[in-house]
Design a protein around this ligand. Structure first.
Ligand code: AMP
Length: 188
């Protein structure tokens, strides 16, 4: 089972590229942001619980995220691989993912990090706010999301570098060119 984490800050293009990778390799795409947004949209108890946190650009609790991932695994036991998009976002989540995969006799094979400078990120996030009306893409919340990324998520780079499974891929340019760079890194 090929488990790949698509890593990077908000606005790096993880969602777009994760969908393309999942399609090409027949792996299951797991976007925790999409899962949570669907819960909020449907007004489920979980959605009601996380709505305010998401709208403020903060991170939802590790416990809830682990539970979500566990249930996705259970529903997709026959998947050939997973592309994680937006997960893990904290060291604790990374440890729990390792434990969960280990129990299933699997592991994270690769972490591909999309490299995009901060100015470009903010530009993209503001554009997305205009086009998609995502409530967590206002200027204030964008700032918060980037702070959360630097504080909680960026340290994961070192964690995966130490495991020897971390590769950086330049994330600025045409969608298909970036996709090709990612596929090249996957083939290695
Ligand atoms: P995303 O679409 O990946 O940018 O996620 C949107 C929002 O969902 C984030 O700003 C968080 O509030 C929440 N979220 C998504 N994934 C996670 C995660 N792995 N850990 C904590 N919160 C998350």
């Amino acid at each position: 089972m090929h488990n790949l984490i698509l890593f990077g800050p908000p606005g790096a293009g993880k969602g777009t590229q994760a969908i393309k990778i999942a399609q090409k390799y027949n792996w299951k795409h797991i976007s925790t942001g999409d899962i949570l947004r669907a819960e909020v949209g449907q007004g489920t108890p979980l959605g009601l619980q996380v709505k305010a946190v998401m709208e403020a650009g903060h991170l939802v609790s590790d416990e809830l995220l682990i539970e979500i991932i566990r249930s996705v695994f259970l529903k997709n036991e026959d998947a050939e691989g997973f592309v994680f998009d937006g997960f893990p976002r904290t060291l604790n989540q990374a440890h729990e993912l390792d434990k969960l995969l280990c129990r299933l006799n699997h592991s994270v094979k690769q972490v591909l990090s999309l490299e995009v400078d901060e100015e470009e990120l903010v530009k993209r996030l503001l554009k997305r706010a205009r086009e998609q009306g995502r409530v967590d893409d206002t200027e204030e919340v964008i700032k918060n999301r980037l702070v959360q990324y630097h504080k909680h998520t960026k340290p994961l780079q070192q964690y995966y570098q130490d495991k020897g499974i971390y590769t950086e891929v330049y994330g600025v340019g045409g969608i298909d060119d970036i996709f090709e760079s990612l596929c090249k890194a996957i083939r290695k």
